[in-house]
Design a protein around this ligand. Structure first.
Ligand code: DGY
Length: 322
């Protein structure tokens, strides 16, 4: 019998056609956000689920008794309840590798954008406030030759380090669960304990995946260790920092600026303090969002999904569910 899969969001036609060659497809067609009441009855007979952020918990698994695999079009998989999935023997896959360079590009864009105040000064020009020369009030800070601290030295961390080291001649230190001697040799980066990294870096880029260990990894004490001129970039998940502590650090001048792609609550509230802070550059969680990379991610997720529903071992089963 042909397996059945549920797809919770629009995907490229070519990717959907590949899935349709192998499976019957059930889709969330509504433009409204997914609700449990609407979703659960659609899961009764499905063998696979394709998503990018739907919370996969015990309740959902209960509603999907035939489910074999959840394939996520993302590298992060903090939306998987790993314990519940393990208990039910449901595989979970992600899409590593194909997005590393794209996310690293965005880390650099946030560093450059925050340091040179790109969005703020774009508004200054468009608002017709550019009346004189480039007075000191428009000055930013240099990225080239500055010291960069990378927290989370996975594939994306290495891609950021490569750009920083060889493109901007930055001095790069990193912190990671385990040391990466190969990356140290290849990229000329140095390992540092977290507190040391925070206190010596001009730019701190947070890339660590969200896990119980990294939840609120950076809070008030950590921001206080940073230089008052430091620029903080978060491209991991909003919950890896204490957002209230970051707001306070930026308001009180404990650190100079931030470039953020991720937030505690997404989409961010219209009245969020970040939105009225000129020293905060905000993006709507677009780390991997380019046409090419999102296509590759969707295709890879489709391969994982089809392998999983056919009883073959997909290439990208997440570490905890192997
Ligand atoms: C992911 O895929 O998990 C990242 O958030 C990229 O945007």
């Amino acid at each position: 019998m042909r397996p059945s899969v549920f797809i919770d969001r629009p995907i490229p036609a070519e990717v959907e056609a590949y899935i349709a060659e192998h499976c019957n497809i059930v889709k969330w067609e509504s433009a409204e956000p997914i609700t449990s009441e609407g979703l659960y009855p659609m899961l009764t007979h499905v063998d696979g689920l394709l998503t990018a952020g739907l919370r996969i918990d015990a309740e959902l698994l209960e509603a999907a008794p035939n489910l074999k695999i959840v394939s996520s079009i993302s590298v992060g998989y903090n939306h998987f309840d790993l314990i519940a999935m393990k208990q039910r023997g449901v595989l979970g896959t992600n899409t590593p590798h194909v997005l590393s360079d794209t996310v690293a590009d965005l880390a650099l864009a946030l560093m450059l954008g925050a340091a040179r105040r790109v969005a703020e000064l774009d508004r200054y020009v468009k608002d017709g406030r550019w009346k004189q020369g480039d007075g000191r009030s428009l000055f930013g800070t240099d990225v080239h030759h500055a010291k960069l601290g990378i927290i989370g030295m996975g594939r994306i961390g290495e891609a950021v380090a490569r750009r920083a080291k060889f493109g901007f001649e930055m001095d790069v230190v990193y912190h990671n669960r385990s040391r990466k001697p190969e990356a140290e040799a290849k990229l000329g980066v140095r390992y540092a304990e977290l507190n040391e990294l925070l206190s010596v870096s001009d730019f701190v880029v947070l890339l660590a995946p969200l896990t119980p260990e990294t939840t609120k990894l950076l809070g008030r004490n950590e921001f206080q260790l940073m230089k008052s001129t430091a620029i903080f970039i978060n491209i991991s998940r909003g919950q890896t920092i204490d957002e209230a502590a970051l707001i306070e650090a930026l308001q009180e001048g404990t650190i100079a600026a931030a470039g953020l792609d991720v937030f505690e609550k997404e989409p961010i509230d219209a009245k969020h303090p970040f939105l009225s802070m000129p020293n905060v550059l905000t993006l709507p969680h677009i780390g991997s969002a380019t046409e090419q990379t999102r296509f590759e991610m969707a295709m890879l997720a489709a391969y994982n999904l089809v392998d999983g529903v056919k009883g073959q071992m997909p290439s990208n089963v997440v570490e905890e569910l192997r």
